[in-house]
Design a protein around this ligand. Structure first.
Ligand code: ZN
Ligand code: ZN
Length: 172
């Protein structure tokens, strides 16, 4: 059960650099709502290569219950990546949410672990410069988004595509 008295934002509360919040302090302040910019250099390990973190921002909300503190976070960032189809470098944004309940008796609310886990999940973003990127020609290597080569490449037809065509036309 959440105690939803309006939380006073804690303007005097310094967000710890290692994102380990004192349970007692947050309980005393009746919760905390904050937004912090994080240094991308601290999170080199979490992103798959060649992803490069350009910016990272964290929104946090702590709600104090009778016997616990509930933490909700949104992690937003942008990554420079190489398109998996055409290899062009481009920027991609992501947003990951997390939530966790910390029981009374916890000394430190370790948000750093949450942030690192969320970043690992952010590796699952599309990694395409555009949803319809046409990629490179497998024969001559030209970028098919920019030019159309004369190579003869007929990919084998997808049998499921054929089935879909049949059903699509036989609708009545
Ligand atoms: Zn591409
Ligand atoms: Zn070609």
């Amino acid at each position: 059960m959440k105690n939803s008295k309006p939380n006073r934002p804690g303007p005097d509360y310094d967000v710890p650099e290692d994102l380990r919040f004192s349970y007692a302090q947050i309980a005393q302040a009746h919760g905390l709502h904050c937004e912090v910019k994080l240094d991308p250099a601290m999170f080199r390990e979490e992103l798959e290569k060649p992803g490069e973190l350009l910016g990272l921002r964290l929104k946090l909300q702590f709600s104090v219950g009778t016997n616990n503190i509930y933490a909700e976070g949104v992690l937003k960032g942008s990554v420079r990546w190489n398109c998996t189809r055409c290899t062009k470098s481009f920027e991609e944004k992501f947003s990951q949410e997390f939530e966790e309940l910390y029981p009374a008796g916890t000394d430190f609310i370790d948000i750093m672990t949450q942030v690192r886990q969320s970043l690992v999940l952010a590796n699952g973003i599309s990694h395409l410069c555009a949803p319809d990127c046409r990629g490179l020609c497998p024969l001559c290597g030209c970028d098919l988004n920019e030019s159309q080569c004369a190579c003869d490449r007929k990919p084998p037809r997808n049998p499921f595509g054929v089935l879909k065509d049949k059903f699509g036309t036989k609708k009545d």
